[in-house]
Design a protein around this ligand. Structure first.
Ligand SMILES: [Zn+2]
Length: 216
C-alpha cells in the first residue's frame, strides 16, 4: 500500500492519488503507469489520450509552489509517464520491454547473425565492399554497384515489412493467450526482434553507402 504525501490516504500503488489528485511516487510497470491493460496490442489513440491526460494532471508546473515532496513526485511521475509513452508507442521497443518485463530480456550485444539472414547479410556485405572499392578507384563499377545496392535495399525493406507483420501476429497470439506454450511465443518474439535489429543495422549501412557517406 502507498500513502499519499498530500492527504495521507493509503491506496494501491498508482500514479495519481484517488482522493486528492496529487502525483504519487509508485513503482509501476509502464502499462500500469498509463493505466493501460497489460496487453501487447495497443490502441495508439488510447495511448496518446492517456499520456496527454496524465501528463496534464501531474505536470510539474502545477506543483511549482507545492511541498518539495510533491514537486519531486510530480517530476518522477512525469518522467515515468514519458518513458512509458515513448516505449509503448513503438512496436519494437514495446516488444523489447515485454521481454524485459517477463524476464526474457534480449542480450544487449547480440552480434550473432540470425541464421535465416546469414546468406542475405553476406550478399549485402559483398555488395557494400565492392561498391566501396569501386568508389575508391572511381571505377566504372560504381554506377552499377549503386543500382544493385538500391535494388537490394528495396528487397530488404520488403523483408522488414514482413517482420513487422509477424510482430503484429505475435502480439495477437500473446494477447489471446490460448497457445500451447507461452515459451514458444517468447522465443518467436526474440527471433523477430533480433532480425529487425539486424536488418536495421544493415539498412543503415546501406543508406550510408548510397548517400556516399563514410561509415563511422
Ligand atoms: Zn492524496
Amino acid at each position: 500500500m502507498l500513502q499519499c504525501p498530500s492527504c495521507a490516504r493509503r491506496q494501491e500503488p498508482r500514479l495519481i492519488c484517488s482522493q486528492c489528485g496529487a502525483p504519487l511516487t509508485a513503482d509501476l510497470d509502464l502499462f500500469a503507469a498509463l493505466g493501460l491493460p497489460r496487453l501487447l496490442q495497443i490502441d495508439i489513440a488510447e495511448l496518446e489520450g492517456a499520456y496527454h491526460d496524465l501528463g496534464r494532471r501531474i505536470h510539474p508546473d502545477r506543483f511549482a509552489s507545492a511541498s518539495p515532496e510533491l514537486r519531486d513526485a510530480s517530476l518522477r511521475a512525469t518522467a515515468l509517464v514519458t518513458r512509458a509513452y515513448r516505449t509503448l508507442r513503438d512496436p519494437v521497443s514495446r516488444g523489447l520491454y515485454w521481454l524485459e518485463l517477463h524476464g526474457h530480456k534480449l542480450a544487449e550485444n547480440n552480434k550473432q547473425v540470425p541464421p535465416d539472414l546469414a546468406e542475405l547479410v553476406f550478399e549485402v556485405q559483398e555488395q557494400l565492399s565492392e561498391l566501396r572499392s569501386a568508389r575508391e578507384k572511381e571505377g566504372p563499377g560504381m554506377r552499377e554497384g549503386m543500382i544493385e545496392l538500391s535494388a537490394k535495399r528495396a528487397s530488404l525493406q520488403g523483408l522488414m515489412d514482413e517482420l513487422y507483420a509477424e510482430l503484429v501476429e505475435n502480439f495477437a497470439e500473446f494477447d489471446m493467450g490460448d497457445g500451447p506454450d507461452p515459451g514458444q511465443y517468447f522465443a518467436e518474439l526474440k527471433t523477430i526482434l533480433s532480425k529487425i535489429a539486424y536488418l536495421k543495422t544493415l539498412l543503415r549501412d546501406m543508406d550510408r553507402e548510397l548517400d556516399g557517406e563514410k561509415p563511422e
